[in-house]
Design a protein around this ligand. Structure first.
Ligand SMILES: Nc1ncnc2c1ncn2[C@@H]1O[C@H](COP(=O)(O)OP(=O)(O)O)[C@@H](O)[C@H]1O
Length: 176
C-alpha cells in the first residue's frame, strides 16, 4: 500500500546542518520531524554513555521498536547522524548533507565539542562515511548528496527537499 505521504531521512555527520534544514523544510510542509537523538533520550532508548566522546549511546533496536508503528504511515522527516540500522522500508528518499572539513571544524568548535570528538567527526566527513553508509544501506537511486557550506547552499537544499516532496505528491496524486 502506498503511504499518504512519503518518509524522508536527513542524515550526515554532526554539524553538517541536518537540524537547520529540517526546521526550515518544516516551515513549508506539514510533516512530523523525528529527531532521533531527542526521542532516544525522552523515550529511554539509550544503552549507555560514551565518556571519551561525551555522547549517549543509542539503543538502535529499541528505538526501531518504538518508532516502527508511527513511521509506517508516512509524513515523517527523520534526522540522525547515522542510517544503517533503520529498516530500509521506512524511507522513500535519503538526503545526505555534506560540509567542507574546515567549515565543519569551525561549526563543531563553536558547538564546544572536545578535540577528539571534533577530529573523529571531521575524519568521518573526510572519508564520507555517512554517504557510503547510506549508499550501502538503501537503493542508491533514492540517495542524494546535498552540499551545505553556506547560506546559499541551505536555500538550495530547502528547495530541493520541498520540491521533492511536492513532486512525490504530484506523481502519487496525494496531497502534502
Ligand atoms: N548552510 C549553512 N550555512 C551556514 N551555517 C550553517 C549552515 N547549515 C548549518 N549551519 C550552522 O551550523 C551549525 C550546525 O548546524 P545543525 O543544523 O545543528 O547541524 P546538525 O543537525 O547536522 O548537527 C549551526 O550553528 C547552524 O546554524
Amino acid at each position: 500500500m502506498t503511504r499518504a505521504k512519503p518518509n524522508i531521512l536527513i542524515t550526515g555527520t554532526p554539524g553538517v546542518g541536518k537540524s537547520t534544514l529540517c526546521s526550515e523544510v518544516l516551515k513549508c510542509v506539514d510533516f512530523e520531524w523525528l529527531e532521533i537523538s531527542k526521542i532516544a533520550k525522552s523515550r529511554d532508548c539509550l544503552s549507555g554513555y560514551d565518556e571519551k566522546l561525551h555522547c549517549p549511546i543509542l539503543d538502535e533496536d529499541k528505538i526501531i521498536d518504538e518508532l516502527d508503528p508511527i513511521v509506517e504511515s508516512g509524513g515523517k522527516i527523520i534526522e540522525y547522524h547515522g542510517c544503517d540500522f533503520f529498516p530500509e522500508r521506512w524511507f522513500d528518499v535519503v538526503f545526505v548533507l555534506r560540509t567542507n572539513n574546515t567549515v565543519l571544524y569551525d561549526r563543531l568548535k563553536e558547538r564546544g565539542y572536545n578535540d577528539l570528538k571534533i577530529r573523529q567527526n571531521v575524519e568521518c566527513e573526510i572519508f564520507q562515511s555517512i554517504l557510503e553508509e547510506a549508499m550501502e544501506s538503501y537503493d542508491q537511486k533514492i540517495v542524494s548528496e546535498l552540499h551545505n557550506n553556506d547560506t546559499k547552499d541551505m536555500e538550495n537544499n530547502i528547495k530541493t527537499v520541498v520540491d521533492w516532496i511536492n513532486e512525490w505528491s504530484k506523481i502519487t496524486g496525494k496531497k502534502n
